[in-house]
Design a binder for this molecule. Structure first.
Ligand SMILES: *Cc1c(COP(=O)(O)O)cnc(C)c1O
Length: 372
């Protein structure tokens, strides 16, 4: 699905040298590399504050702790996403409210959010799924109208440019009250282990969060709030510093591969390709996910695997149907899109090192199976 080795070989010299420097400096935790990466990411994203942490799941949890959400508060998020999003809501004893998604961009459905808002709703968590920016103008409008926080789960969308209705381009993750990301190795900006970060333009919230990630300490050995221990280490930070200058070109390589896939599939009725915007870079293709009609998706996946083509099904089971998150509050008829997507989506190999021969082989194998 991803070719991390090929990508590494192209930046090997810098990465090897900087890892060695960290080892020799022995500044493994909270060293200058972490601070430098934080500043560079702030500049790249155009946000005032980046707070690095241990992984993308922690980032979501810490964001919610920082906003002071309390047990019983309702948090609306998408039914069609990775479980981390709903997991931290449940862990904090907040009430997850799962809603359906849009069939075209796979992101949280605006009408469904409207229908789910109650007097207890405190926050909306849009996920920029597969790297496609959610409809942030509409989400921010709703949040303003109902006085809700917006936490952007940008684990799959780093580098994506959202164009707001006034024409302004803004990086996802810096639009809501707080944004989060993951540097898991296969993410668009991945390190060589675990890592994550929280973004905000709010000085007060940034201060609160900096204490939370460090055991609730604002002054050494004074614990004002219950915090966590969540850090990005210096070796990961130095890898991220080596990769950040390439993020835009990595994302355009992904978009190029996506365009080639979509072009090959364009005349095939049973294959529904993801939307690609020609006028902006709102999609960074963390995944290239298509839908197949009148085709046994699982048999297709098995066939691709048998031909040596890795593929993935993200996500095969809607969150509202997962044992951990099922709840009598949910009705099947409220999730027609997610239920359908769980049956017909398939994600193809997507990374920065895909070449034309690979794309031709993948697309032809898929087309032959679907037309069989
Ligand atoms: C990867 C991911 C996370 C979690 O990130 P980790 O670093 O693995 O904890 C959260 N949300 C989404 C949408 C993700 O894709």
């Amino acid at each position: 699905m991803v070719d991390l080795k090929g990508q590494y070989l192209k930046i090997k010299e810098r990465v090897d040298a900087s890892i060695l420097e960290v080892v020799e400096s022995s500044a493994f935790i909270n060293g200058p590399e972490v601070h430098a990466f934080q500043k560079e990411l702030e500049d790249y994203l155009g946000v005032k504050h980046v707070i690095p942490c241990a992984n993308g799941t922690d980032a979501l949890q810490i964001a919610m702790m920082g906003l002071g959400l309390e047990p019983g508060d309702e948090v609306i998020t998408a039914d069609f996403t990775f479980a981390a999003t709903v997991e931290v809501i449940a862990l904090l004893r907040l009430t997850p409210v799962l809603v359906d998604v849009d069939p075209v961009n796979f992101n949280i459905d605006i009408e469904a959010i409207k229908n789910a808002i109650t007097p207890k709703t405190k926050a909306i968590v849009p996920v920029h799924l597969f790297g496609m920016a959610a409809d942030m103008d509409a989400i921010m409008d709703l949040a303003k109208e109902h006085n809700l926080y917006v936490i952007e789960d940008n684990a799959q969308g780093i580098g994506s440019d959202y164009t707001s209705r006034n024409g302004q381009k803004i990086k996802t993750g810096g639009i809501g009250d707080v944004g989060t990301t993951s540097f898991f190795p296969s993410k668009n900006l991945g390190c060589y282990g675990d890592g994550g970060a929280i973004f905000t333009n709010d000085d007060g919230l940034a201060h609160t969060i900096r204490g939370i990630v460090n055991h609730g300490m604002y002054k050494r050995y004074h614990h004002d709030v219950v915090g966590v221990n969540s850090r990005l280490d210096s070796i990961q930070a130095t890898v991220l510093r080596a990769k950040l200058p390439h993020l835009d070109s990595y994302n355009s390589a992904r978009r190029d591969a996506a365009r080639k896939y979509s072009k090959a599939f364009s005349t095939h009725e049973k294959i529904i390709t993801p939307t690609i915007c020609d006028s902006c870079d709102c999609h960074v293709f963390h995944q290239y996910t298509l839908r197949v009609k009148d085709t046994d998706r699982d048999a297709l996946a098995a066939h691709l695997n048998a031909q040596g083509i890795p593929c993935g099904v993200y996500y095969p089971i809607p969150l509202h149907s997962q044992k951990a998150y099922a709840d009598e509050r949910y009705n099947e008829e409220d999730f027609p899109v997610t239920n359908q997507l769980a049956k017909d989506v398939i994600s193809l190999p997507m990374h920065t090192e895909l070449d034309d021969d690979q794309i031709d082989f993948i697309t032809q194998t898929l087309i032959d199976f679907v037309n069989k």
